[in-house]
Design a protein around this ligand. Structure first.
Ligand code: BMA
Length: 375
């Protein structure tokens, strides 16, 4: 009798340990993709990858200078995570919506990966129903692209282009480069055609599931780690999960947030960041998924201690796998605004960003390489 109890206890422990291990939603994922996911789930107890959008393409006052990056100019090495954007790929353009040529982007992706870094892709695809930008929340767009909808064929052609791009991302040995794919992001907001006011939860879920099934099953892409990404419009786990596509479709749970006020320390921003992190971390723990900060930043970094006094203390003891600072577009002639989230040499926040870089929990290029994330 006793031995049976002991055996049962052993079995239960083994079973729980197996279940507690984070598993990728794609059981046919390539070995590098599986390794990346499992390594990211291990590092979150020690720290998180620091990322930058369009890091190698341009920065404040420069474009396409070989080897350059604002992060590298300030701290001496590249970020650990590189964010790239697919918007306009769906219409066969050669440049993305921020004027980055897709062929150059592929090169940057290969370089980042060969350096041991991680790639994440967002997609601000144009509205397939109206032909306007992603920021056209025209109601009915989502249902129009679903099977049976008037724009379904158009949408399939768009997905074909995305799939072609993804399948062309190959490492030196011909292996597919794993990608943290973050489609239909900031879904709780109301500015995109897939936003919360433009479609029902069911429609959003069908859009997400259809897209992932199409890429994985029809296009046989097995290099995707799928990221579900809300805005800060959430106040509870159930808000976060209202449009969640399901455990078989999602691997990373995340949200985006920006400080918009010019206050040095904006307690509303900090409290919201903490609240959302707690929600995402708790759901990630319950579901054995990863938690991450999909996008974050303070445009132009008007407070020169923002990184070490605002961001770092909040993120320090969190169990996130990575965070992504948005793009250093610099001056934007089309609307006269200026946008950057990482300081550049000479900016007031440079010393503070170096301090942030030196913190033990922030991982940049060299730490990422040491972590051998693909093995
Ligand atoms: C926004 C801004 C825009 C850009 C878009 C997609 O937040 O940076 O200038 O076009 O992201 O990258």
């Amino acid at each position: 009798m006793k031995i049976e109890y002991i055996l049962l206890a052993v079995l239960l422990t083994v079973n729980t340990a197996v279940r507690a291990q984070s598993r990728l939603s794609d059981k046919d994922a390539t070995k590098e993709t599986m390794a990346l996911f499992s390594n990211l789930s291990k590092i979150r107890n020690k720290g998180y990858l620091v990322g930058h959008q369009d890091a190698k393409a341009y920065g404040v006052k420069w474009k396409y200078v070989a080897g350059k990056s604002d992060v590298k100019d300030v701290v001496g090495e590249y970020p650990a995570l590189y964010g790239w954007e697919l918007g306009h790929l769906e219409k066969g353009a050669h440049l993305n919506l921020d004027s980055v040529p897709f062929d150059k982007m592929k090169g940057f992706i290969r370089e980042g990966y060969s350096r041991g870094g991680v790639i994440t892709l967002s997609w601000h695809g144009d509205n397939p129903l109206t032909g306007k930008s992603a920021w056209d929340p025209f109601p009915g767009t989502v249902s129009s692209v679903l099977p049976g909808g008037e724009k379904h064929e158009t949408f399939l052609k768009q997905l074909d282009k995305v799939a072609e791009f993804l399948s062309d991302l190959k490492g030196e040995k011909g292996e597919s480069i794993p990608v943290l794919f973050r489609p239909f992001h900031e879904l709780t907001g109301h500015w995109f055609w897939w936003g919360a006011k433009s479609c029902s939860p069911q429609e959003y879920i069908r859009l997400f599931q259809f897209t992932i099934d199409y890429l994985r099953i029809t296009k046989e892409l097995h290099n995707l780690i799928v990221v579900y990404n809300t805005g800060t419009e959430i106040a509870s786990k159930s808000d976060f999960l209202e449009r969640y596509p399901g455990d078989h479709y999602v691997d990373v749970l995340s949200f985006d947030t920006y400080q918009h006020t010019r206050l040095p320390i904006d307690t509303l921003f900090v409290n919201k960041l903490k609240e959302c992190l707690s929600i995402v971390e708790e759901v990630a723990r319950e579901k054995n998924k990863l938690a991450a900060l999909g996008e974050v930043g303070f445009n132009q970094i008007p407070y020169s201690h923002w990184f070490t006094e605002v961001l770092q203390p909040v993120l320090r003891d969190r169990k996130i796998a990575y965070m992504l600072l948005w793009r250093n577009a610099g001056y934007k002639p089309h609307d006269g605004s200026t946008e950057f989230y990482v300081p550049y040499p000479g900016h007031d926040s440079t010393p503070d960003f170096v301090k942030y870089y030196r913190a033990p929990e922030t991982f940049f290029e060299k730490e990422a390489r040491k972590l051998k994330l693909y093995k």
